[in-house]
Design a protein around this ligand. Structure first.
Ligand SMILES: [Mg+2]
Length: 249
């Protein structure tokens, strides 16, 4: 049993904006952005972009983009992946610099006021209880996230949850980690809220046997839930998640 973290176990929308905004403001050079101003609470565009965002550094880049008076949000939403290189160029940033800034902001927040940082997140209702019951069903569970592993570990510890394993972005792409786990020949069920990630898993040789679930309660883009069966992806609603494993779709 392998779970994505953000959008499956934890809703951290307030924190994503909080930390992405701070990191963007810290990095923005006056020469490139005379006056980057970003609101304290997440703008609607950030919430719309979240289902498309793959890695943490992209959140920082999108925060900066949302501060552009001339941003064409529908165009960005319409072809998100294609817009990333141009946005990096515009700001003069690399993914590594953005990721470092994001993780510095988070590390400082935890060191400064851990409770306040944790308070920007919430576990989805029933999730901690369900995870605790998995052990009783004889199922090991692991977390596979594009977040820094240390930050997911903080949040899991705050709920007294102990996964068998925790894989952060430091361990590589999700499909690569799943391939390593498949070497154990054990059945793998993967619950994720980003459809392109599940499609990537489905298209990866060696991962045909991984059972892929799209979490209905996560950060989904419009249309994500359509045509799932044809894509070999199962739809997971909270009621199914709460049910015994034998009753999962
Ligand atoms: Mg997710």
């Amino acid at each position: 049993m392998v779970f994505d973290f953000d959008g499956v176990l934890v809703d951290g929308m307030r924190e994503y904006w909080w930390s992405a905004r701070r990191a963007a403001l810290r990095l923005a050079q006056p020469s490139r952005a005379p006056q980057l101003e970003l609101p304290e609470t997440a703008p609607a565009g950030f919430v719309q972009l979240r289902p498309l965002i793959h890695k943490g550094w992209e959140m920082v880049l999108m925060a900066a983009e949302l501060g552009r008076p001339d941003l064409d949000l529908p165009v960005l939403l319409g072809d998100y992946a294609a817009a990333l290189p141009g946005a990096l160029e515009r700001w003069g940033w690399s993914p590594a610099v953005l990721q470092q800034a994001l993780e510095s902001v988070r590390a400082e927040a935890i060191a400064g006021d851990r409770a306040a940082w944790l308070g920007l997140h919430r576990f989805y209702p029933g999730v901690p209880e369900r995870l605790a019951r998995l052990a009783a069903e004889g199922a090991d569970w692991a977390v596979l996230t594009t977040k820094g592993g240390a930050f997911a570990a903080e949040l899991l510890a705050s709920a007294a949850l102990v996964p068998l394993d925790l894989f952060g972005h430091e361990q590589g792409e999700k499909a690569e980690v799943l391939l390593r786990l498949r070497q154990g020949q054990r059945p793998l069920w993967f619950v994720e809220d980003r459809r392109p990630t599940l499609e990537r898993v489905r298209a990866t040789p060696g991962l045909e046997a991984v059972r892929c679930y799209l979490a209905s309660w996560g950060y989904l883009a419009p249309g994500d839930r359509h045509g799932l069966a044809e894509a070999g992806i199962r739809w997971m609603e909270p009621e199914s998640f709460a049910a015994p494993l034998a009753h999962w779709p």
